[in-house]
Design a protein around this ligand. Structure first.
Ligand SMILES: [Zn+2]
Length: 401
């Protein structure tokens, strides 16, 4: 998802209100030697980041350590991240004629940036590729398309994306498209329409993974019926813990497990805790008089307007509640209990979310997940599955060697 592009990494951890009381505060988490070793040995595979948008629109360079964004090569190395899916997210404003071009522009920008650092990072096309790249000490990048409108209702374009290395497609974004209903929009088809079913079948045939994050419940159940291969939720959470339309119900988690698929747990505070977004809305309501005054002062929305608006937002952002990394671990734990240990992974949504949990401010903090799973009594083998083993299995099963 995309909210805004301003990230607040070091935002007032000590003074912030936590929506959930926590026994362990994030700043107190110590990484044991065992956790460090396990995290290094494991293939850590995250199925969703929006980094390509930063590369294309903000001249973001993944090769250097940046003060903005949630990941770049130096920080991925520090966080022990081995495999990352770069999502090519297409905003609905590019519909109908420029959606594919937008995805291609993003692919091109990300691909060129990756090619600048051949000794550190490479594009993977299969699970075996990813393992080889990681085995040689580099980071492996897969591509995914987020928002089925990117194919402009053309199976030929779907096949072109496959040739360019796109290995999953999120069937919808927040918007319902011409063939699939989204969870964040009104339903037009009651799920997938006939062409939507064709898209799923063609993805199965090509060896492109169907991603059901963002789709409506009806679309999910249609995909369960139509897909002959395991599917993924690349960046979703559990509705039993946070009743948000973007999250999956326990019934859906069980069906996903039966299908052989995997859910990558999203790190966004609003999906982890359903009290987060109403609390933020309430805070921003009190900012409205200031925003209205600004609007009256700069009706032409000039650069000064942008600067002053950002200042207002900064002031209020510091009052936003925090959701702890503990809450993320609870979602992982719940998904494991319902779907089973073979069906849960990581789907950060880094660089696409405005609020990661306190304690997981960027990719460098990933070893904390390993530590906290050990603290919960998970075995090394179980943790390796969650960190990446499960997604590698699905990639192998769907794409082939
Ligand atoms: Zn998304």
């Amino acid at each position: 998802m995309k909210k805004n592009r301003v990230f607040h990494f070091f935002a007032f951890l000590s003074t912030a209100t936590f929506l959930f009381s926590t026994s362990v505060l994030p700043q107190q988490i110590k990484i044991s030697a065992h956790a460090k070793r396990l995290h290094q040995q494991a293939i850590v595979f995250d199925t969703h980041s929006d980094t390509p948008g930063n590369i294309l629109d903000e001249n973001f360079d993944i090769g250097i350590r940046n003060k903005t964004g949630h990941m770049d090569i130096p920080r991925m190395i520090e966080g022990g991240l081995d495999v990352q899916v770069f999502a090519l997210w297409v905003a609905p404003k590019y519909i109908p004629d420029n959606a594919a071009k937008r995805a291609l522009d993003m692919w091109d920008a990300a691909f060129q940036n990756i090619q600048k650092y051949p000794d550190k990072i490479a594009v993977a096309y299969t699970a075996a590729d990813a393992e080889k790249i990681v085995g040689s000490g580099k980071i492996a990048i897969f591509f995914g398309v987020e928002g089925g409108h990117a194919i402009q209702n053309d199976l030929g374009l779907l096949r072109v994306f496959y040739q360019l290395g796109v290995r999953y497609m999120t069937l919808t974004w927040m918007n319902t498209n011409d063939w699939a209903d989204a969870s964040g929009d009104t339903a037009r088809w009651g799920g997938l329409n006939e062409f939507g079913e064709k898209v799923v079948r063609e993805m199965n045939r090509l060896g492109m993974i169907v991603d059901i994050s963002h789709v409506s419940d009806d679309t999910f159940w249609d995909v369960m019926r139509v897909s002959k291969k395991p599917v993924i939720a690349s960046h979703s959470c559990c509705r039993a813990l946070a009743n948000h339309f973007r999250n999956m119900s326990d019934d859906m988690l069980r069906a996903l497990a039966k299908n052989g698929g995997v859910i990558g747990i999203n790190y966004y505070a609003g999906y982890l805790d359903d009290k987060y977004e109403p609390a933020v809305d309430k805070i921003m309501k009190s900012a409205q008089p200031e925003l209205d005054a600004l609007e009256a002062k700069y009706p032409d929305h000039n650069a000064q307007y942008d600067r002053e608006k950002e200042k207002i937002y900064d002031k209020y952002r510091s009052k936003y509640p925090k959701v702890s990394i503990n809450r993320l671990i609870e979602h992982i734990d719940h998904a494991v209990k319902v779907a089973g240990i073979d069906h849960v992974g990581l789907g950060s949504d880094f660089d696409g979310i405005s609020a990661p949990p306190a304690g997981l401010e960027d990719v460098t903090k990933l070893p904390r997940i390993t530590q906290m799973l050990l603290d919960r009594g998970y075995t090394d083998e179980q943790i390796k599955k969650i960190l990446g083993g499960n997604f590698l299995r699905v990639y192998r099963e769907v794409i082939g060697e």
